[in-house]
Design a protein around this ligand. Structure first.
Ligand code: GDP
Ligand code: MN
Length: 343
């Protein structure tokens, strides 16, 4: 008996055995996406790559979430592309919609100022709902309560490399809370008060700060010192969350939950445009041991306009799309800040 990888072994007769869907003992995990009916083609594009490069070996279930019911066409098409269990979940309006503490007058004033400054998506209500949902509430959905780990994926993203091992078991076996591939600076205007609100919270609740947090990473920005002036100290460097693998029990824990309440009260999901990427990142950087955060350097990933392409023959990445000039792309990349911390 020799183990080849998580789901394969050579038995005593020397025969290679691959464990099937009902034999392989999976971690408690789901692949997860928030998607609209009209994005069916784009989600199939990504699902096919996830299956071909990884999930056909392990058959982790998929959870599709939406603020509207999925059409039969959507569900049937998805089911034709995987043998894994698929869950289709409608997000309850009380989780998705703008909460009642948001003052429409303050909101109008703040949003019109940020619109003048050209902040992307700033006047799109659904975008604010999406950011808030992905920051604080997806892990409370009835369906997701049964799972510990999630792998977030998005329509029209690419997974370029074949990965042989079970990424969820990797998280479990190595006691990791969070994994990412790409790390970027954000537009500081979207998070002007996130850091000050957080510091106020920490003044009242210093016990939640992890002694081995990633404090320097949260505040260091040599490339764009002006960013930290706008944000009151946050570098804006964050793990890009359109791909992420995480342990939802971290978000469900006391520190993140209480902090989320404080963020909610401050209203920045609507008065500004706090993204779920900076919110997850600040939460992790403050309340989690930084050794539990993992850079998945072996996951070839693309969400326009950024890519992580490992130098490996297991990857099949096409030529650069040329969507942004490299100067723009590299200017926003802050991965080296994290790597310095890991060393
Ligand atoms: P970006 O990556 O920041 O440009 O934002 P996206 O437009 O890609 O949105 C992020 C994710 O949320 C994608 O998976 C979208 O399909 C999804 N999404 C955004 N807004 C909505 C919405 O109003 N309803 C649903 N169901 N999904 C949404
Ligand atoms: Mn996207």
């Amino acid at each position: 008996f020799s183990k080849l990888t998580y789901n394969e072994y050579v038995n005593s007769d020397g025969v290679r055995v691959v464990l099937g869907k009902d034999e392989y003992p999976r971690a408690n995990a789901t692949l997860l996406t928030l998607v609209r009916n009209q994005e069916l083609k784009d989600i199939i594009h990504t699902l096919r790559q996830l299956e071909a490069n990884w999930n056909h070996k392990f058959h982790y279930p998929y959870t599709f979430t939406n603020d509207e019911p999925f059409t039969d066409e959507f569900k049937e098409t998805i089911r034709r592309h995987t043998v894994s269990d698929c869950y289709f979940e409608v997000i309850p309006p009380e989780i998705w919609n703008k909460p009642s503490n948001i003052d429409p007058d303050i909101e109008r004033e703040k949003i019109s100022k940020l619109t003048e400054k050209g902040v992307l998506y700033i006047d799109k209500d659904s975008y604010h709902n999406m950011c808030r949902f992905n920051s604080g509430y997806f892990y409370h959905l009835e369906r997701l309560k049964q799972f510990k780990y999630y792998w977030r994926f998005e329509p029209a993203t690419d997974y370029y490399c074949s990965v042989d091992y079970d990424l969820f078991k990797f998280m479990e076996d190595n006691n990791k809370t969070y994994g990412f591939t790409i790390s970027l600076y954000d537009n500081p205007l979207t998070v002007e008060t996130l850091w000050p609100v957080t510091l106020d919270f920490l003044k009242e609740n210093p016990q939640y700060v992890h002694p081995n947090g990633a404090f320097r990473w949260l505040t260091e920005n040599v490339q764009h010192p002006d960013y930290t002036k706008t944000t009151g100290g946050y570098s804006t460097c964050h793990f890009w969350s359109n791909f992420e693998i995480g342990d939802m029990d971290f978000y469900r824990g006391e520190a993140y939950t209480k902090w989320m309440d404080a963020l909610e009260e401050a209203g920045g999901f609507y008065y500004e445009r706090w993204g779920d990427a900076p919110v997850h990142s600040v939460g992790l950087g403050l309340f989690e041991d930084r050794s539990k955060i993992h850079w998945f350097r072996d996951i070839g990933y693309h969400h326009s306009p950024y890519k992580n392409i490992p130098n490996s023959d297991k990857c099949n990445a096409p030529e650069d799309s040329g969507y942004f000039s490299p100067e723009d792309v590299y200017d926003q990349n802050c991965l080296s800040n994290w790597i310095r911390l890991e060393m």
